[in-house]
Design a protein around this ligand. Structure first.
Ligand code: GLN
Length: 310
């Protein structure tokens, strides 16, 4: 792709999609998320050559939520290797909502179908090395610091506690997984690590940097350092295509065609080989849990610049 988008165009596009923020709803099943402002919108594109174009509320921090599932998967693969991880979590999309419990009963031996649904992501969190939840989360944060080159990134403890106190479905998924020996150790401790992982707080500039690192085959854009082995970065991007947008991954692949992962806080991280990272934020969600404005913007970008990988 030769032509790059200008800041003015990106600002115009953001203005155009603003009204759609009222078509969706802010996630409130995690009570602390309900405080997000639907009018806060941001987009950042980091090209592989280091150029960054952004617009909107780029300083606004939001929690990663399910976007953390891709990062945690990369770390679990580094910690344990591919065989260990995929003995416990599958590689197939489900077509069900992210917190569904339904498929766990349908497969023997029981294992979550993929690492992007909650059951799989809980199992992946459980695999991250560390004696305590804080040690696991500390290692994940260091990994994120390395990827973003920003050591001030932390998790939001209010959002983490708010989810921990109300995560009855995730608790039941974990108990089920423990019964079937997919996870080991304490359910409460795994849930503690998972909710803190989901509450890691950053902005679209950070997120486009992480997306660009995945697009750059796991190498840091500036130093060239291999932070994620190329093969593991590829596995993560493949999951982003097949399961990254929950049970809307198929229509997203057709309409947008960019490997992407979304979270219920309203962030979406896109990662496009040969191009870079794209991050959008808009907390108003559609019925599948994807950012309404995020989807619109990604579709506009993909159509205008012919970004689909297909
Ligand atoms: N922490 C959230 C949960 O487990 C993440 C879900 C999401 O972003 N889809 O419910």
């Amino acid at each position: 792709m030769d032509e790059k988008i200008s800041t003015t165009t990106l600002e115009e596009w953001l203005e155009n999609v603003k009204p759609f923020a009222y078509d969706g709803q802010i996630a409130d099943y995690i009570p602390a998320l309900a405080k997000q402002n639907p009018e806060e919108l941001a987009v950042s594109i980091l090209y592989l050559d280091g150029d960054c174009v952004y617009a909107g509320d780029v300083e606004t921090c939001f929690t990663l939520q399910s976007i953390s599932k891709v990062i945690a998967l990369a770390l679990a693969l580094i910690d344990n290797g591919e065989d260990y991880v995929f003995e416990r979590v599958g590689m197939e999309p489900t077509g069900d909502p992210f917190h569904s419990i339904y498929r766990l009963e349908q497969h023997r031996p029981s294992k979550p179908l993929n690492p992007m649904i909650n059951a799989g992501a809980l199992a992946v969190s459980n695999m991250i090395h560390g004696q305590t939840p804080d040690e696991k989360v500390g290692r994940l944060l260091s990994f994120i610091h390395e990827m973003t080159d920003d050591h001030s990134i932390r998790f939001n403890s209010e959002v983490a506690s708010s989810e921990f106190e109300t995560a009855f479905l995730n608790r039941s998924l974990l108990y089920y997984l423990k019964q079937h020996k997919v996870v080991t150790g304490s359910v409460e401790e795994t849930l503690d690590a998972y909710t803190k992982q989901c509450s890691v707080e950053l902005n679209v500039l950070h997120l486009s940097k992480i997306g660009a690192l995945f697009a750059n085959e796991g190498r840091d854009l500036n130093s060239g350092r291999q932070i994620i082995p190329k093969h593991f970065a590829r596995i993560c991007k493949t999951f982003m295509v097949t399961c990254g947008m929950y049970d809307a991954s198929g229509s997203f692949a057709i309409k947008v065609g960019i490997p992407a992962k979304s979270g219920v806080s309203g962030g979406v991280m896109g990662s496009l080989n040969g191009f870079g990272g794209i991050a959008v934020y808009g907390p108003s969600l559609d019925s599948k849990g994807n950012s309404v404005v995020g989807l619109k913007l990604l579709e506009m970008l993909s159509n205008r610049y012919d970004l689909s990988i297909f």
